[in-house]
Design a protein around this ligand. Structure first.
Ligand SMILES: Cc1ncc(COP(=O)(O)O)c(C=O)c1O
Length: 410
């Protein structure tokens, strides 16, 4: 009898964005003429920049001749890309990595989802609330969560509540936890930590032999000098942290797919007899068995992100999105709405007016002004009373959303 993995039954019924899509479709059905603007899902809208397109054309041409055709590549990624990643993403911050510490992949979603496989099933997992749902759902699937209560809190998770009251920088857990998921710049709150604040987490992990799983998918959006681009800017982090990076938001690769994960060689997990064991070796083994490499064409495209033209063009794209973030943030603040994030990240996290619930505010926005954002509670219980807008839309839509807010009858 093919028994199922019953841990899956502990997952919440519906995925947030399908619930939103259903509600919007229902509204649209009853109001076919409504001009709906969507600032909900965090997907980019600007096309790939010319340097990337050119690199892809060249790579496609290479595939057409026997001499330059590329079949299976290294599971860990091509050297031509890894060298550039180290040179442009880490060396400028004084971080020295070996090529064998970088694992190129087809996305940070799958990497941040799969990483938990190399750890024991009974580890204590700590995550923020609100949170990028992939961290929690994959640990629920793996049987680390226990059952949820009525508030959608799982009994075995240690939650780090991230709210305006603690400046979106929750205190470290009072007891010991084994795995800690941190995401900065944060999705969904758009907030960041300073180097000093991140050091507190690294110190906690050192003290407790915990591993930090640091998701830096939005690193490219950082504007302020004291915000760390990589956790390895913090002394000793190479002994306690794995870092995830993605080309998705940085360079518009959401449909093209390329990302990477850094697993330092000095990073150790422990066998049940207490002996240390290399996490780099385990992740390498996992990838070699279950992954056959990101496509040659997307790795060539990713390499072009680091060419002179590529870097300039990408900077322009990022400025475009960050100007959108500024328009939303400053526009709403001037209307008396409480907003967070949007300075070093492409998300603005809005406190719902009059303490409305996230879903009530979602409905109000949809019905009155035909704007779709994301209800904060969809990212976890501490997101209740918040609402997320993304800066990834185009300029005119972004400006219209700010104008439409002014028409809300609260
Ligand atoms: C925090 C965070 N990590 C990872 C990802 C996924 O990135 P990728 O497109 O590389 O799978 C997202 C996408 O929205 C994200 O918000």
């Amino acid at each position: 009898m093919a028994k199922i993995n019953e841990n899956y039954l502990n997952l919440k019924g519906s995925y947030l964005f399908s619930e939103i899509a259903q509600r919007v479709a229902h509204f649209k059905n009853n109001n076919p003429d409504a001009n709906i603007i969507r600032l909900g899902i965090g997907d980019v809208t600007q096309p790939l920049c010319p340097a990337i397109i050119e690199a892809m054309h060249t790579a496609v041409d290479e595939m057409s001749s026997q001499e330059s055709f590329a079949g299976y590549g290294p599971e860990q990624g091509y050297r031509f890309l890894i060298e550039k990643i180290i040179k442009y993403q880490f060396e400028p911050y004084g971080i020295h990595l070996d090529e064998s510490e970088i694992f190129v992949s087809d996305g940070s979603k799958c990497d941040s989802a799969n990483i938990q496989e190399i750890f024991d099933k009974d580890l204590v997992v700590s995550l923020m609330s609100p949170v990028y749902p992939v961290y929690s759902d994959t640990n629920i699937m793996a049987g680390r969560s226990g059952k949820p209560n009525n508030n959608n809190q799982y009994q075995n998770f240690v939650y780090l509540e991230s709210t305006a009251e603690n400046g979106f920088n929750p205190p470290t857990p009072s007891g010991k936890v084994d795995l800690i998921y941190l995401c900065f710049p944060n999705n969904p709150t758009g907030t960041t930590l300073t180097k000093k604040q991140l050091k507190v987490w690294v110190d906690y992990a050192k003290e407790n032999k915990s591993i930090i799983l640091f998701d830096a998918a939005y690193e490219a959006f950082i504007q302020e000098p004291d915000v760390p681009h990589s956790i390895y800017e913090i002394e000793g982090a190479e002994n306690v942290a794995i870092e995830f990076r993605s080309f998705s938001k940085t360079a518009g690769f959401t449909g093209l797919r390329c990302a990477y994960t850094v697993v330092p060689k000095s990073l150790m997990g422990y066998k049940s007899n207490g002996e240390p064991y290399s996490l780099n070796a385990l992740w390498n083994r996992r990838q070699c068995t279950k992954f056959n490499g990101a496509s040659y064409i997307s790795q060539k495209a990713a390499e072009a992100v680091f060419s002179d033209e590529g870097r300039m063009q990408i900077e322009n794209n990022i400025s475009y999105y960050m100007d959108n973030a500024k328009i939303i943030r400053e526009g709403l603040i001037s209307q008396g709405i409480e907003c967070y994030g949007g300075i070093n990240a492409p998300y603005v996290w809005i406190k719902t007016p009059k303490n409305m619930s996230s879903w009530d505010f979602f409905s109000l926005m949809l019905e009155q002004v035909h704007v779709v954002g994301t209800p904060g509670v969809g990212f976890g219980f501490s997101g209740e009373g918040y609402y997320r807008l993304t800066a990834f839309s185009d300029r005119s839509q972004t400006e219209k959303v700010v104008q439409r807010f002014a028409n809300l009858a609260l």
